[in-house]
Design a protein around this ligand. Structure first.
Ligand code: NDP
Ligand code: 2IT
Length: 449
């Protein structure tokens, strides 16, 4: 065991020295390295081929200037990125994030996570991520369009349906993908599956909009089933109020659970009566059409309470669905959740729990589904969208939903296969090992590239 610990720390020392100022990337790699090092150490071929060292180094990073004109006619300058992390098992695949906090290290963490997540889906997709420090909040539709057109004017030469296929993430939804696709098509003179998450009328797939939230809920269902439990009658807290949060709330409610919170970066709304279908429809209009703030919920639904600058983790629940952003659950929050009786955490967001928080969940032996397994439904349906686009054919809604459900079950089975230890499933280890082995074997087969 101490040999493995030494190997992890030697590997991490090199990684830290090579990647200064990238704390999220270091955090994400450390978690995977801890899980897979026993396998790397006991597989001479992996060690000799420097699989771990290569997997932590992006194949290619593209950084570019994105100038655009705001509504006053002033010039704005943002920075664009695309991290092409790993193409061993398929074309680079992963979302674009538009948020002021975006930088190289943040996107490298997301691209790194994406490699293992995509591997878990069983679809042929490598890992990538991109985005910009552009903030769509408070911008007009025309400003967002001009930004997207400028962003794509550079990105288009690097992507393609068999090369690199971006999609949405924080700040990039249907509207942005529409503008990005329009500009790609104009520049490349090709209608193809170069982006996923497109509108249904532009070659998108049924269920892609819902996929991450639905998939995370299906994953929670699978975890609960291992203990003879279900979502019916359970109280759920959800953070965020964007795409993932909304469709998690929808599916949890459909399955008989009661959702009592949503949040955004300004605070949390608590509705002890439950955010039912009707209230959720109002939230979707608020967030997706009127682009308002979640606090407005309490002006409309008077029995609900707004807690400014707070996260939902101290609200008593059975299940938690962190669905906003990275590092939103610390050790104290994790302890509060466990102490209040939370039995299941399914991560819709990427890396929402800090390492100390994960330790709390694992030590308490609750059902803890890490993002790269639990939220893989989004990219899985992106993979299905690519398959449909390559056939110029659209599958039915129920057909895609059935496939999504099947994929989430198989990811869960794989986590159990690799993560079971003395009757307890460590989903972190399970997801990391299952995701890693497939990519590592493909890299071995492809030689030193
Ligand atoms: P959206 O942009 O639709 O929504 C993001 C939500 O999270 C908003 O409510 C936003 O609040 C909140 N949020 C964002 N940043 C912060 C922050 N720094 N602090 C507090 N709240 C914040 O994004 P998505 O729903 O698509 O993404 C949510 C999470 O899910 C991300 O971690 C993303 O990587 C992950 N994910 C998304 C997938 C997808 O298909 N879209 C697939 C898999 C994972 P505010 O409006 O105030 O910023
Ligand atoms: O983090 C993610 O998996 C996503 N944002 C979705 C990626 C995709 O290509 O659909």
């Amino acid at each position: 065991m101490s040999k493995v610990i030494d190997a992890v720390s030697a590997f991490m020392d090199q990684l830290v020295a090579k990647n200064p100022g990238q704390p999220e990337f270091i955090q994400a790699v450390h978690e995977v390295a801890e899980s897979v090092m026993p396998i790397v150490e006991s597989t001479p071929a992996y060690r000799k081929a420097k699989i771990l060292e290569r997997i932590a180094e992006p194949e290619r990073v593209i950084i570019f200037r994105v100038p655009w004109l705001d509504d006053r006619g002033d010039i704005q300058v943002n920075r664009g990125f695309r991290i092409e992390m790993n193409s061993a098992i398929g074309p680079y695949k992963g979302g674009l994030r538009f948020h002021p906090t975006v930088n190289l290290g943040l996107l490298k963490f997301l691209a790194f996570e994406q490699v293992f997540k995509n591997s878990l889906t069983t679809i042929m997709m490598g890992g990538g991520k991109g985005g910009s420090d552009f903030d769509p909040k408070g911008k007009s539709d025309n400003e967002v369009m001009r930004f997207c057109q400028s962003f794509m004017s550079e990105l288009f030469r690097h992507i393609g349906p068999d090369t690199d296929v971006p999609a949405g993430d924080i700040g990039v939804g249907l509207r942005e993908i529409g503008f990005l696709f329009g500009q790609y098509k104009r520049l490349a003179n090709r209608f193809c599956g170069v982006l996923t998450g497109k509108g249904l009328e532009s070659g998108g797939s049924f269920i892609r909009l819902e996929a991450t939230g639905y998939g995370t809920t299906y994953f929670a269902q699978e975890m609960l089933a291992t203990r003879g439990e279900s979502i019916k009658g359970k109280v759920a807290v959800i953070s965020g109020s964007g795409n993932v949060a909304q469709y998690t709330a929808e599916k949890v409610t459909q399955l008989g659970g009661k959702v009592v919170t949503l949040s955004d970066s300004s605070g949390t709304i608590v509705d002890k009566d439950g955010i039912d279908e009707e209230k959720l429809a109002w939230v979707m209009d608020l967030k997706n059409v009127r682009r308002g703030r979640i606090s407005e919920y309490c002006d409309k639904f008077k029995r609900a309470e707004f807690r400014p600058n707070q996260r939902p983790w101290d609200v008593k629940c059975d299940i938690a669905f962190p669905s906003a952003t990275q590092n939103e659950i610390g050790a104290t929050d994790a302890r509060t959740l466990v102490d209040n009786g939370c039995v299941c955490v399914a991560e819709g967001a990427n890396m929402p729990t800090e390492p100390d928080g994960i330790d709390v969940f694992v030590a308490a032996k609750i059902l803890y589904g890490p993002g790269k397994a639990a939220n893989a439904g989004g990219v899985a349906v992106s993979g299905l969208e690519m398959a449909q686009n390559s056939q110029f054919h659209q599958w039915r809604r129920d057909e895609v939903d059935t496939r999504l459900h099947g994929i989430m079950r198989s990811i869960h089975d794989n986590c159990v296969k690799y993560g079971e230890e003395n009757g307890f499933v460590n989903y972190v280890r399970g997801a990391n090992i299952a995701g890693f082995v497939k990519v590592a074997d493909a890299m071995l087969a492809q030689g030193v590239v």
